[in-house]
Design a protein around this ligand. Structure first.
Ligand code: ARG
Ligand code: ZN
Length: 872
């Protein structure tokens, strides 16, 4: 049954304190929960959430209550007539961590106990008011076998512990003084290695920092620890936010549905976002670790101290915290390059979501399964909305609004309305139109048309906006779109203007608020080329109507690095769309070498940052082209067109790029810093563009690089060139790679992923065979995402085989996985989100596979929800 935002009601009961006692055992863990209940609506029945829990005992004010006074199912506990005054409710439940393959609630990962409670996992531990607006102070006692679980952790500060005399067991007691909702609860128990450090906060308090991992992997935690300390410092400087407990802990576990979780004082991480050394992690992995460590740490204020009233408000903490982690990485690395990388992610993940059947607003208004709303729209578009808010209010206005938000709402569970009111009140600005960004789904489309009048020295720019219909939203109102811009003059510098009339120009931002607006710039001395949406100032599609000549001009000269990159992508995409049509109709190649020459020119320009040049050299992928084509998509034709372009690039500038790779690539001893990573990225991007003709000499160079690489970044980049082009040489190299990492699951994930993306007809059988390989595991989400997610998400031609066999295999896999881990199954299924844009033959086959999934009568609510909406 769907839940609606408009149905929100405050809870009938408050819970002031929670005292939990865990007696851990793998198949029968006992949980005793003592809840200090306070009626908000005296006399109302008390309805507590549960999920697969077994009730052992229940008492009120220390007296057992008769079974006629309550009703208990594994899903719910109802106490019909609770006391009208505050009372103590004690509930004893039994749960089975070993049988918990959903990885929600309390489960075992590699023999260690851990929990995941967001969004609705706490109810799998005990019956509770499992909703984010019920905030309580928790005290947690954990008792376990001393040998099996020498480490016992929970939220807050450790206040007691010791052996239990006469037994082989011991215990620890933790107290978290900050009221929190149940989704932020965590407990961990096991035999874990520990890395320790400390941090002195801005007010001089000493905080112990602990990272727990598998024994033997301690050395791989150094980078995560460093990233944590930098995050703590940054939040003090950038937002005035200080850490608040005596200890901050991170635990790395190998079985985890998502990236990581911000439990108060005890973050639990998917180990791939903690463990790194040069042999196992790429530069991208290091950057990912830095981002996720920062993200979870920043949640301490945006999520934990101030949380969400209900799950519709998820972007309140996630969009804001993604924005904060993006800003952190921008300050730590190169801002311009970071922006390009973030926009790439947005375009690749959020734009297709917004354009397909799963489109939903940044703040959804209805859901059937909340786990399916941890989406690119809530996270990444949510972060873009915060970025626009900052663009509109300015640096100081934004900070004033954030300060007021922290001051007003500390310790509360709040809404988007509360959040926006802080900014409106701090700055005096009206944000009512801006608020539409939270409720209107779909990517706005902006068109621009400019005209220069040489006699009057005026330039007029007409902008129009429209927002396409999305599920449940047919018509929309114009939004407030901040368009950062420059008028680029003939010499490449921005032209000055004396005035701008006709609408909303403030400094370098046009505030587009109407369906159509014309701005007239006076005193413009020469015909400009407009550079619009600089820094991607709003998450919109823009049709600038610029000629290829003008776009090449921007690629070479724009003062905004982001728009130089955008120009290069735009030209490449337009070229590839035309070429795809040519391939489909059997026509000769229409490729124009002017763009390829410009690419080489930028790549060789040593005055530009290497990491930026690497971004320019990363041509749009098959999925990018499919997204831009948008309908009647033929993945085979797209791949053919891309191959033709790659061949032309190699023949025209391959030699120059090979030289560039040679002179940039030898960086010296490995260091993960951004500058060295940028040089490696440039070398590897250049190398990837040398093989388009499959010349033995070019392939040989890649093989040599694979063999001589002394770090994972270069090794994987070379291997990826061999695999993603389907070269024969990949076979031996993949074998060598697999052997090298045979004892290292995170290394094997990279191998599984590359096996899955080989664009050859034999790949489907290879992937099927690998599902029974000892390195694969049907219970580990990272293995599944690498192999099956790699195949369905990154192998455009083979997942979308014209015979439908890719879809059939995938559907079978999802149906099987759904029985064990619904959340991961539902996430995988999102690979079908653009099926309606396929050409008719594949579309019919994809629909058949989806209907087969939908026809199963034992689907989880997670998978049922995705398949239903995908087909709708
Ligand atoms: N709050 C976590 C993060 O973004 C994500 C947890 C999502 N978990 C889930 N089961 N839906 O940092
Ligand atoms: Zn988050």
């Amino acid at each position: 049954t769907p839940v609606r935002l408009s149905d929100y009601r405050a809870p009938d009961y408050a819970i002031d304190t929670v005292s939990l006692d865990f007696s851990l055992a793998p198949t029968a863990t006992q949980v005793t929960a003592q809840l200090a209940m306070r009626p908000n609506t005296p006399g109302a029945p008390l309805v507590l959430d549960g999920d697969e829990v077994k009730l052992i005992a229940i008492s009120i004010n220390e007296e057992y209550i008769p079974s006629s006074a309550y009703e208990a199912t594994p899903q719910q506990l109802t106490i019909k007539a609770p006391p009208r005054e505050p009372f103590t409710l004690e509930i004893v439940t039994e749960i089975n961590p070993k049988a918990n393959t959903k990885l929600m609630g309390l489960y075992l990962s590699n023999g260690n106990y851990c929990t995941q409670c967001e969004a609705e996992g706490f109810r799998r531990i005990t019956y509770f008011l499992d909703r984010p607006d019920v905030l309580a102070v928790y005290t947690t006692r954990i008792e376990a076998s001393k040998a099996a679980a020498p480490v016992l952790l929970s939220n807050g500060n450790r206040i007691d512990g010791g052996d239990i005399p006469g037994t082989t067991r011991h215990f620890a007691v933790w107290h978290d003084p900050f009221p929190k909702p149940s989704y932020l609860f965590a407990a961990v128990a096991g035999d874990l290695g520990l890395v320790e450090d400390s941090f002195t906060t801005m007010s001089g308090r000493e905080v112990a920092l602990h990272i727990y991992c598998e024994h033997g992997k301690e050395a791989r935690c150094a980078y995560a620890m460093d990233a944590l300390k930098r995050s703590m410092r940054w939040d003090e400087t950038a937002f005035g936010r200080e850490y608040d407990l005596d200890i901050f802990m991170i635990v790395a576990v190998s079985d985890f549905n998502m990236g990581a979780m911000e439990n108060k004082g005890l973050n639990v991480f998917n180990d791939k976002y903690v463990l790194a050394d040069p042999d196992i992690a790429t530069d991208a992995d290091y950057a990912g670790i830095e981002t996720v460590i920062a993200h979870e740490y920043f949640h301490n204020w945006t999520g934990d101290r101030i949380t969400c009233r209900d799950w519709f408000q998820l972007c309140l903490k996630e969009g804001l915290t993604v924005f904060r982690d993006q800003e952190f990485s921008s300050d730590e690395r190169s801002r311009g390059v970071k922006r390009i990388a973030d926009v790439r992610t947005l375009l690749a993940r959020q734009f297709p979501e917004d354009a397909g059947p799963l489109a939903h607003p940044v703040r959804p208004e209805v859901y059937s399964e909340i786990n399916n709303f941890y989406t690119a729209t809530v996270y990444d578009k949510g972060a873009e909305v915060i970025r626009m808010l900052k663009a509109i209010l300015g640096e100081d206005g934004f900070r004033a609004g954030m300060d007021l938000y922290f001051e007003r709402h500390d310790g509360q569970a709040v809404t988007i309305e509360d959040f926006l009111a802080s900014f409106a009140d701090a700055t005096g600005k009206d944000l009512s139109q801006f608020k539409l960004w939270y409720s209107q789904a779909g990517t706005p489309e902006v068109t621009a048309e400019g005209r220069y009048d040489a006699r009057r020295q005026t330039y007029s720019l007409s902008l129009k906006q429209s927002i396409p219909p999305t599920p449940g939203q047919q018509t929309k109102s114009p939004m407030h779109i901040p368009v950062r811009f420059g008028l680029v003059g003939p010499n490449g510098a921005d032209l000055a203007f004396t005035s701008a009339t006709g609408g909303g120009v403030e400094d370098d931002v046009i505030h587009l608020t109407e369906a159509a607006q014309t701005i007239v710039f006076e005193g413009v001395s020469a015909p400009p080329v407009p550079s619009l949406l600089r820094g991607f100032s709003a998450p919109v599609k823009i049709a600038t109507g610029l000629s290829q000549t003008d776009q090449l001009f921007l690629l070479r000269t724009d003062a905004d690095a982001f728009n130089r990159w955008r120009a290069s992508q735009q030209i490449a995409i337009q070229t590839l769309i035309a070429e795809t049509a040519a391939v489909r109709s059997g026509a000769q190649s229409k490729l124009d070498p002017a763009f390829v020459d410009a690419l080489a020119e930028v790549a060789e320009d040593d005055s530009l940052e290497p990491a930026f040049r690497a971004q320019i050299l990363q041509l749009p992928g098959e999925a990018d082209i499919a997204r831009e084509i948008g309908h009647d998509v033929d993945p085979a034709a797209i791949a053919g067109a891309r191959k033709r372009l790659m061949a032309m690039v190699a023949s025209r500038i391959g030699k120059r790029l090979a030289e560039l790779a040679e002179r940039t690539g030898n960086v010296g001893d490995y260091s993960p810093d951004a500058a060295s990573a940028g040089r490696r990225a440039l070398a590897n991007a250049a190398l990837a563009l040398t093989v388009g003709q499959a010349a033995p000499e070019a392939i040989g160079r890649v093989v040599a690089r694979f063999e001589s690489a002394d770090n994972m970044t270069d090794r994987l980049a070379a291997l990826s060139i061999l695999a993603s082009n389907g070269f024969e040489e990949r076979i031996a190299a993949l074998e060598t790679f697999q052997d090298r990492y045979r004892d290292d699951p995170l290394g094997l994930d990279k191998w599984l992923m590359l096996e899955a993306v080989v664009p050859l007809e034999t790949t489907l059988d290879r992937v099927k065979a690998l599902t029974t390989h000892p390195a694969f595991s049907l219970t580990n989400p990272n293995r599944i995402r690498a192999l099956i997610g790699g195949f369905a998400g990154s192998n455009q031609t083979q997942f979308n085989r014209p015979d439908g066999a890719g879809y059939d295999f995938f559907a079978d896999f999802v149906l099987d996985l759904d029985k064990r881990n619904p959340q991961t199954a539902a996430r995988l299924l999102v690979s079908f989100r653009s099926w309606k844009a396929l050409e008719a033959g594949r579309r019919a086959l994809a629909e058949k596979a989806l209907r087969r999934i939908a026809a199963s009568d034992s689907l989880s609510s997670d998978t049922r929800d995705i398949v239903t909406r995908t087909l709708a």
